[in-house]
Design a protein around this ligand. Structure first.
Ligand code: KG4
Ligand code: ZN
Length: 336
């Protein structure tokens, strides 16, 4: 069964075709990063306009690369939530037109469920139930993946997402948007014990995160140094910051695994590409005897393959949308 998956929730226009969910026949991503970089972040209206301009060519090249026509496609899957509303609407409207004109079923996919599904592509043996840390530019969740379509979010961020924290720390250190991978590179040249940043305490839920205090600590460090005319070692700040984020994510994830009893762990989302996060969680899982699944680097960030994969599992579970499907900017993974 072939699913064509469309993703346009933020600044990547993407389309992929999956065969039986986990074999990816084509995977096309048109990134807008170079343009948004000029403004230090994603400009929603520009994102929508670029999606509109690019989507036709992106879908056509996904079909061409997979050696398919729409006749070969069994269903059209599309990210409908969460994300930038104007950006989502482009993908949703295009997918509706495609499904209607070719008389194909339309499958609505939640973006975070897509990120989680990226691991099924990279690891054919991974099956629910398991515990997944989802860390992206907009979300930081600890999720019980009960089944392919059933999720319990047991931990979430109270303020900034992990990726947002990376991007804001990177900005004050002088790196372009999105700064996560620049911090990752700089950290490789730095001393991770040079600075001690705070590990936030979050009252209420023991699995919830808070990253705004850490972000403020980095901003204050840089501003104080510049006021005093002192030079900071950017690589050392990046390495110390990355160590702190990695420890926070690792510790909450390990606590959740211990208390819930899951022995299978996965990580997903843009920040799962971070080498410090990957290493810290890999070591902790080895120490505790947990089986760990990390997505291939190309499937960590936004892509169409993860939507074509999750679209397959959602199709099998009977999930369908009609021409009234709308985009939703904010929607919990538990409400789908
Ligand atoms: O999942 P994603 O592509 O988009 C959202 O759904 O938000 O995540 C993007 C986030 C950005 O904040 C970006 O800086 C971060 O993932 N990111 C990284 C790395 N690569 C991407 N953060 C840290 N280290 C990386 N290597
Ligand atoms: Zn994403």
């Amino acid at each position: 069964m072939k699913i064509l998956g469309i993703e346009s929730s933020c600044d990547e226009t993407a389309c992929a075709i999956s065969e039986n969910g986990v074999e990816i026949l084509s995977d096309i991503v048109a990134s807008q990063i170079e343009e948004h970089k000029l403004y230090g972040g994603v400009v929603p209206e520009i994102a929508s306009r670029r999606h509109s301009e690019n989507i036709m060519a992106v879908v056509q090249s996904a079909l061409d690369k997979a050696n398919c026509t729409m006749d070969d496609i069994d269903a059209v899957a599309v990210t409908y939530a969460p994300g930038l509303i104007g950006a989502l609407l482009v993908g949703v409207s295009f997918a509706k037109g495609l499904a209607l004109s070719w008389n194909k079923p339309l499958v609505p996919v939640h973006h975070i469920a897509g990120h989680i599904a990226a691991n099924y592509i990279s690891h054919k043996d991974l099956k629910p139930p398991y515990l997944c840390l989802v860390v992206s530019g907009g979300h930081s969740h600890i999720v019980e993946v009960v089944d392919y379509n059933t999720f319990h979010v047991i931990g979430r961020t109270r303020d900034d997402a992990a990726g947002e924290c990376f991007d804001k720390a990177a900005r004050v250190l002088g790196f372009p948007y999105p700064g996560g991978k620049h911090i990752d590179n700089a950290a490789k040249e730095g001393d991770s014990s040079a600075y001690n940043f705070p590990h936030p305490k979050v009252a209420g839920s023991e699995y919830d995160f808070s990253f705004s205090g850490l972000k403020t600590a980095v901003i204050n460090l840089v501003h104080n140094a510049s006021q005093k005319g002192e030079k900071i070692n950017v690589n050392n700040v990046a390495a110390s910051f990355q160590r702190t984020v990695s420890e926070i994510l690792r510790d909450k994830l390990m606590l959740a695994a211990k208390n819930t009893g899951y022995k299978t762990i996965a990580v997903a989302g843009g920040v799962s590409a971070n080498s410090g996060v990957r290493q810290a969680i890999t070591e902790a899982c080895e120490k505790n005897g947990y089986k760990l699944y990390l997505p291939e680097l190309k499937y960590c960030g936004d892509n169409g393959a993860m939507i074509a994969c999750q679209g397959y599992f959602d199709y099998l579970s009977g999930k369908r949308a009609d021409e009234s499907l709308n985009a939703v900017a904010t929607l919990s993974l538990e409400d789908i």
